[in-house]
Write a protein that binds this ligand. Structure first.
Ligand code: AMP
Length: 361
């Protein structure tokens, strides 16, 4: 008979046998992050709902359909974090980090929550590693982020990575591009999925984010999709070209993806995703981009930033499927006591545990 209580749908238990791999991956990641000069920041698991609505955009899937929103006993409107950036930037402003140093390199690791349809590699509670480089508008910051992303995966043994990137420009160029997309999609408007028809009105770029295969077939049928890169201004274009040159200099392989727009409203200029070629359709390991408009959106002074989130569950799933070896914990000592030495063994084991792993009978 099944036990009376089970883990809520979309969540799972990580049992001690699995955790070895997680701890190994986390330790490897910490090493890379430290060598890049990033410092850890820990923010609450929940924030005001309004913070996420403001930063992710009211029309985003995350806000519309995926938020764990609740009222606490004090009638506050709160939500479990669906991503890290909003909370990290809230903390950045609340503690005036911008006044302490011009540039901050921050990372976090922990659970995030999204109410989606659970499937393999897709959960309602999952873990992300999140990095932010706040305060630098330089193309070199974008390059550093992408390089760090790739190096985290290489530290876990991934070697077949492709970075796809695009420039999402600025709000003004995106509006112009939105109009171009509407015109392009007009002949098939009625045949698009319901979500896409809605988005075509509220936020046409998000139509490109659709997961509906029928929509993608229509895109192919139309052909010649207008390109966001053709709509960006000269400064954005120069930034874009400097990022590409930097990636080449750093030895990062990339592909330009004109359909890459990312799901969140606060991105400007560079948007990127990293895929593992061996994974096929569900190949996105994570992504990120520049969000120069976000801090202002939260009421702060204009502050450039660039960041990414890595989905740990998927990375770990891949490592497990590949049977990647995880170093087993260092061998320890075993203290076996007979009846007359049982009392002494307790003290001995305790003393040994200051230096060694000790198991006592
Ligand atoms: P996003 O914040 O949507 O860009 O997601 C970043 C990464 O988090 C994705 O590439 C996935 O690896 C991972 N991720 C997103 N949603 C889920 C989910 N529901 N379950 C597991 N991993 C996820």
């Amino acid at each position: 008979m099944a036990p009376r209580f089970q883990a809520p749908r979309g969540t799972r238990d990580l049992l001690p046998d699995e955790l070895g791999r997680w701890q190994w991956a986390e330790a490897r990641a910490r090493g890379v992050l430290e060598r890049y000069g990033y410092r850890e920041i820990r923010t609450p698991l929940f924030e005001e709902f309004e913070l996420f609505a403001r930063t992710s955009g009211e029309s985003s899937d995350v806000v519309q359909k995926e938020m764990y929103r609740f009222r606490d006993l004090g009638d506050r409107d709160l939500a479990l974090r669906p991503e890290f950036t909003a909370g990290v930037m809230r903390a950045y402003l609340e503690h005036g980090l911008g006044g302490r140093a011009r540039v901050h390199r921050l990372w976090s690791l922990g659970p995030v929550f999204r109410y989606g349809r659970p499937q393999k590699g897709r959960y309602r509670q999952f873990s992300q590693i999140n990095c932010e480089l706040v305060g630098s508008p330089a193309p070199g910051a974008d390059v550093e982020m992408i390089t760090l992303f790739v190096d985290l995966y290489e530290a876990w043994g991934f070697h077949d990575l492709t970075v796809t990137l695009n420039s999402v420009g600025q709000p003004a160029s995106r509006r112009a591009y939105g109009d171009a997309l509407r015109a392009w999609l007009a002949p098939v408007r009625e045949r698009l999925g319901a979500d896409s028809q809605q988005r075509l009105v509220t936020n046409p770029l998000r139509v490109l984010d659709t997961k509906d295969e029928g929509d993608h077939a229509l895109f192919r049928e139309l052909g010649d999709m207008p390109r966001l890169l053709d709509a960006v201004d000269a400064d954005d274009r120069a930034h874009w070209e400097a990022v590409l040159a930097g990636l080449e200099a750093a030895g990062i392989r990339y592909e330009v993806d004109h359909g890459l727009v990312r799901g969140l409203d606060y991105y400007t200029r560079t948007a990127f995703e990293v895929h593992d070629r061996s994974l096929g359709a569900q190949s996105a390991l994570g992504g990120g981009g520049r969000y120069d408009g976000l801090v202002e959106e939260l009421g702060g002074a204009p502050t450039p930033g660039v960041g990414f989130a890595i989905g740990l569950d998927r990375a770990l799933l891949v490592l497990e499927e590949r049977g990647a070896a995880v170093p087993s914990p260092a061998a320890g000592l075993y203290v076996a006591a007979m009846e007359p030495t049982r009392a002494a063994a307790l003290g001995l084991a305790r003393a040994l545990r200051r230096r060694f792993a000790v198991e006592l009978d």
